[in-house]
Design a protein around this ligand. Sequence first.
Ligand code: GLC
Ligand code: CA
Length: 585
Amino acid sequence: MKPEFARTGRIRDRVGRNARKTMGMRHTRRVTSTLGQDHLASTEAATDLWRTAVVYQIYPRSFADSNGDGIGDLPGITSRVPYLRSLAVDAVWLSPFYPSALADGGYDIDDHRQVDPRLGSLADFDAMVSSLHAANIKVIVDIVPNHTSNRHPWFIAALAAGRGTPERDRYLFRDGHGRGGELPPNDWESLFGGSAWAPAGDGQWYFHCFAAEQPDLNWENEEVREDFRRTVRFWADRGADGFRIDVAHGLRKDMSEPYQPGGEISDLMREDGSHPLWDRDDVHEIYADWRRIFNSYDPPRYAVAEAIVHPSRRARYASADSLGNAFNFDMLDADWRADDYRSVINSGIADMISNGSTTSWLLSCHDTPRVATRYGLPLEKDRLAQQVARAWLLNDGATPRLDPALGERRARAAIMILLALPGSTYIYQGDELGLHEVADLPREALEDPMASRSTKEKGRDGCRVPLPWSSDGPSYGFGAQAAHLPQPDWFSAYAVSVQEADPRSTLNLYRRALALRGGLFAGNDFGWVDSEPSVLHFACGDGVRCVTNFGADPASLPPGEVILGSAPLADGRLPSDTTVWLRTG
Ligand code: GLC
Ligand code: CA
């Protein structure tokens, strides 16, 4: 592992320097030839699809409700397959639909191989997969290996069995401090706020990175490993084409005593794998084991890591003998500035070169404030748009002032950049409608444990409000009754039915862009083209360019034919906050 890491680090530094050096100079580079060399011929076709796939993320409880109980479900997804087909996505990723008390939006799982009865049955899962496959859409399911829920039979048995038992060894139980063990073993904090330890009631404590309802599993335990092999095979056998691995950086932990300091959140992304809880080198043994399972299928199953790690270590998760792909979260932190985009693109492409995989770009997911909102709030010098948006949420959207139209305009320009880049793109449900975060959800309606465990966060419910499908009705076409999170009145104007009728809508822009994408971009072509600092300009296919104006004044365009624009040109010039795809010479 060590030498490879060193190599990755050097490549990144070199590309970083190159990027700085060539900024403003003509610099066109083809990366095609460096990709795919190590892949076996039999896996090539399947791998190629994922290199460029557009994946739509479904948050099942908030997508479509088929039976009017206010909760989205699997038959609801099946009923909307024509919509997904009209978007021309290659795959969907479903956030968890497994049995759960919803202490963390379904990421607290009672049984990893079952469907929550409120969302349907295994037969409904099979029917959904068949109709997605019939529409040529692949299916990615979420695997959550870091923890179970506290209602999982294993955890119930562990509490009952007492200290030192094999049942407790599947989790991370430790003795407390103080006379009767009434104090937690150490001061490590949960990512959702508060202590990372909860009492077992007998002087022992169990460890949880997230909510107390999410006890962490012990990945040194062979039963745990075997159970997840079974889970992966279970869904692959049922037709899942791929897996999104939750908290992929968290499974291996150094719990030896004396405990190492947990440290600040910013310290979690260490460059050397030395953190006791995150991104330890030996986590890849688990993925190498799974890779053998994935590759035993024809076509091989795909996987993408949710790895929140130092960027120089991301490539390890995306290598062919690990998970094969990893989300590039840097774009979530990029502000609407040409320089931010330049540097994220440069490092994303460097990743691709270093690991023989591709980058998976995304602008939003179920954990972040929506992109249209991030880009509609005033930019601040020392605070990321993400942080500004989180503070704004805490304020129920009162200050600073949101400019919704500006945010949507920029989000439209942004998705056209992502779709023109080499790699795959993940679209979070509702972003294709230009939806904003719902900031003024009443506190009593909030479901996210982040909201109740922390005073610094309002939580992630604002991006999880059920989708508006039509402009009226009890839940704007989501279902026959009110939705599980209240939808604001302004959702009406964003409804799918309204946008379908408007040729300039964000939905129609997404549809056109996705329909054009496959034919326009060769997949791996990329090269910067000389431009003013506030303009992002790259070549991305045979004679095709992507140009974005981040500046305040209209910018000139090279001669060529506009294939698609996120907004109309002004007297032949590219207005502020606009992207065009151009065919030149
Ligand atoms: C991941 C999920 C997030 C969840 C957490 C714990 O980060 O994306 O929604 O809360 O894992 O499972
Ligand atoms: Ca339902």
